[in-house]
Design a protein around this ligand. Structure first.
Ligand code: PAF
Length: 276
């Protein structure tokens, strides 16, 4: 496995590659990322992972400066998983001049976007830059970041990028907690409480699957339950899988998305469900 820091070296290494499979990350890898590496490797070679904590997608007061940077441990995991190239540029390499052009994605003010202004513009902009650097045939993203994946699929479609998007299922701990680099911020007590989020999403999904269509009541019940256990809820929302907007009457293919804070940690999760 090669560790590459510069765009010039990356381009030279990939000059003849036509089937590159790419996994963009911010590092501090867990088994959810590793399953994306494996998914990528089932589709194309070489497998390229990027590690870059992208300042553009963090708002003021968010965790950019304390986001864990664990390059050595990440490289060991990537090598063991069969990754061929790790691309780890620094901020100067990625943004040698102020990034005054940016992608303005739809839904940027919905769901997580309503609480993290500029976040999805920052994500879409860095991913477009990374796509241009790596020029992959395949790119793998996890469904835990459901809105991110939805927006990036739109980016690929609407800008005609010749990239096949691969979707990885959310990796979970045994108690159901979605794997996330941010789980490392949780105290012991918070970690014990954290699986409640997915438990409530599952309960909400069951109500919908058994035919209940009073979505506002379902959302409110889950939010109240979280608040009762000390969470600060950003949102719990039943949305259309096709649009990520409020579902039309009787629209069957739905997803419930949630974001809530436990202490200093913001957790997100989601579950797909079908209205019976
Ligand atoms: O999901 C992430 O880790 C990041 O948002 C991404 C896609 C690597 C862009 O910085």
């Amino acid at each position: 496995m090669r560790l590459i820091h510069s765009i010039a070296e990356l381009r030279a290494a990939l000059l003849d590659a036509r089937e590159t499979a790419f996994v963009p990350t911010m590092g501090n890898l867990h088994s959810g990322h590793i399953s994306l590496i494996e998914l990528a490797g089932q589709h194309g070679r070489p497998v390229v992972a990027s590690i870059f904590v992208n300042p553009l997608q963090f708002g003021a007061g968010e965790d950019f400066s304390r986001y864990p940077r664990t390059l050595e441990a990440d490289c060991a995991q990537l090598e063991a998983a069969g990754c061929d190239i790790v691309f780890a540029p620094d901020a100067q390499e990625m943004y040698p001049e102020p990034q005054t052009f940016s992608v303005q994605p739809p839904l940027a003010n919905e769901l997580c976007g309503a609480f993290r202004p500029g976040h999805f513009a920052g994500v879409a902009t860095v991913v477009l830059k990374l796509f241009n650097m790596v020029q992959p045939r395949y790119a793998a993203f996890g469904k835990k970041d459901y809105q991110q994946l939805f927006i990036l699929k739109g980016l690929v479609r609407q800008f005609n990028l010749p990239i096949v998007m691969l979707e990885g299922e959310t990796g979970r701990a045994e108690d159901g907690l979605a794997l996330s680099s941010r789980n490392g911020y949780l105290t012991g007590q918070e970690r014990a409480e954290a699986p409640r989020l997915y438990r409530l999403l599952r309960a909400a999904a069951q109500r919908i699957e058994s035919g209940e269509a009073a979505f506002a009541a379902i959302e409110q019940a889950a939010a109240d339950e979280l608040a009762r256990h000390g969470w600060r809820v950003d949102y719990i929302a039943v949305r259309s899988r096709a649009t990520l907007l409020a579902p039309q009457a009787n629209e069957p293919d739905l997803v419930i998305l949630a974001a809530a804070h436990l202490g200093r940690t913001r957790l997100i999760d989601n579950i797909e469900c079908r209205l019976a």
